[in-house]
Design a protein around this ligand. Sequence first.
Ligand code: MN
Length: 762
Amino acid sequence: MASGRRMSRQMEAMADSAAPAVAEPPPATKPRAPRARMMRQYDLVERVRSYNPDTDEDMLNRAYVYAMKAHGEQTRASGDPYFSHPLEVAAILTNLKLDDATIVAALLHDTIEDTEATRTEIDKLFGHEIGALVEGLTKLKRLELVSREAKQAENLRKLLLAIANDVRVLLIKLADRLHNMRTLDFVPPASRQRIAEETLDIYAPLAGRMGMQEMREELEDLSFRTLDPEAFAVVMQRLDALAERNRNLIGEIETQLSANLAKNGLTAEVTGRRKRPFSIWTKMERKSVGFEQLSDIYGFRVVLDDVPSCYRALGVVHTTWPMVPGRFKDYISTPKQNDYRSLHTTVIGPGQQRVELQFRTHDMNQIAEYGIAAHAFYKDGAGSPTELLNRESNAFAWLRHTIEMLSEAQNPEEFLEHTKLELFHDQVFCFTPKGKLIALPRAANVIDFAYAVHTDVGNSAVGCKINGKFAPLSSELQNGDEVEVLTSSVQSAPPAAWESLARTGKARAAIRRATRAAMRDQYAGLGRRIVERLFARAKIDYADDKLKGALPRLARASIEDVMASVGRGEMKASDVARAMYPDYKEERTARFGGKKPEKPGIKPTPEAGKVGPAVPIGGIHSGLPVKFAPNGGAVPGDRIVGIVSPGEGITIYPIHSPALKEFEEEPERWLDVKWDIDETTPQRFPARLFVQNVNEPGSLAQIASVIAEHDGNIDNINMSRRSPDFTELTIDLEVYDLKHLSAIIAQLRAKAVVAHVERVNG
Ligand code: MN
């Protein structure tokens, strides 16, 4: 919007010219009638009937009465009964000749939000179609409660389009805004300013891009008048003076030009208009020129049949009025980048008034109106509709096309019934508590949102509130949600499992980076412990400074690098000691963690010992070798933990495994991990069962066949003890997951020969 600073320069420029620059109280754009009596029920029905003889009068009447009763004693800021507002909104829409459902929905548009009315009741009384329209408007109205940043305007327009799944919702919304702008003077100054800014940033451009130029201009001028009353007054005054001087200039030129063209055998559509205050003002601002220097206060468009006619029409104009040198542009032989084509010229018309003219063919006019998308819309098979609509300019072009069709449709009801807006349905738009709008791909969740706000917010996110209610971070977001991310300074890195939850590349990459860094820290911490232990045992002093001096010998860039290398098992603690104290002698192999785990007495699972990606565990840097607990394994469905062993990688244990006791004193070796597996993956995992069975012939075969029948793979069976009555077996098998294992256990228990079954956890 025009700022006060820049305005004063413009005012000066104007003051130079002849006309007195006295600021009068700002007149309205259109002379407004003194507060008119409220429209009657009968007037509204008449208006609709004038363009739609088949209108459902009964429904219009019922809606009128229903809305009037619902709003009851409510009043507007002006003191008028509130009901006058929906009624005027409906009246604006009759000018657009809209269908009954739209008019009725306009009458009801504020009832759900502001009165006792409910969607159910409206559905019952007026049908589902109207109920859906009113609800759509209610949703849009709720969005207005969130504060906004002007630079987010484009996203907000997209959000409006994404939420409004019926073009009529947008039309009613625009009419609603127009009436509110027309009655803005009654609103307190602070909200007046906000509403006018919002109108200028969001609704006026929306109307324009939907092809409703008149609506756009009125919204712009009303906003302009509120936001910069002095500038508005000055422009209006100059325009009025000009109008006084050039009475009927537009009509004169239109007639004269059409006649001249016809005389030369040219058929043309000539339309002229005077620019509106807001567009004149923005042009003065943009070009830093005074009012008198503007050449395009009067503009004419001449649409012709073909290209030669355009040049001939230009010739006719140049022989009728003197051309202004330097203003002729040939965008037909040299189209603009965006494919725009036209001839432009400026002439000194009647009354010495500069007049701008554009000549173009019908095809060129289409492209000027709809942009490049015009090609696609008028060609068959030019891409899927969704693909077309996903591009913003196309989405708006499509909307304009729809509205144009609407105004031409013989039967608007039928047309509208088959017109569903599916704009920006692949995106979802959410607000931060401060009103910043974040656009995300559809199906994104709070983790994506947090990373979209800031990487630090993502990394330290521990919870969230959606529309004021606590929700899991994995919650899928809906359009218009207000999302508050709760962070904790304690959490410096996100759980690695988030990487598979996030939907956006940005979040995934950030999570990967953060977990990798956290992993490195973990290894470095582990390495430091190992080094310190070795030094303590060897009774030598450790100091960072001394290690720093030894870095070149260890071929590492930093102390952290050395520690991480030790933690990862790439370097021995004794190498570090030797680098710092060349005469250090290793007394015995100092392997951290004591004995090496025994080689399990089972056939290794296909995954065991293999490198990362084959093992479906989230939260592990892919370069590390991963294996399963040697005595009992782990299967998807188990809650699991990873234990880091330097030089050996990571071993996955079920969280309830007694073997974990061994590592209790070394929290730095524990790693949060999570299964990262699709239920349908036909991958098997190792588990161990302890079975006690009754000694009778064939009992072992029975047990084996139960397991086989239920698709379990037996790797190994150990008979551990045999008494006269029972045999104890340890069975290593491979199953898909915990559910599968539990099913096998249940089937074994059901066998008479089986006395006892339990799972063994390493
Ligand atoms: Mn309203």
